[in-house]
Design a protein around this ligand. Structure first.
Ligand SMILES: [Zn+2]
Length: 85
């Protein structure tokens, strides 16, 4: 019979309901509180996923900017000199 929580791994004990991992999760929840653990999971996991997406988007943006810049902004020596004045 699989674990009641993950529904994948086999139960740790014949008489128990959870696998080893889920029992540990349950123990952590008992220590920190279920709401707190759920809150942490939501914040950390969902946020990291968003950050990952942002990172991917930013990298695409950067690549595009670098490509655009190399076409638009080849500065010559005279332009640098004018900026100094
Ligand atoms: Zn499990």
């Amino acid at each position: 019979m699989p674990c009641y929580f993950c529904e994948k791994k086999p139960r740790e004990y014949m008489t128990g309901y959870w696998c080893e991992s889920c029992r540990e999760i349950k123990n952590l929840c008992n220590v920190y509180g279920y709401d707190r653990v759920l809150d942490i999971l939501k914040k950390v996991c969902i946020r990291n996923e968003e950050q990952l997406e942002n990172k991917i988007k930013n990298n695409f943006k950067k690549e595009k900017e670098i490509t655009d810049e190399s076409y638009i902004k080849p500065k010559t020596r005279s332009q640098y000199n004018n900026e100094d004045k």
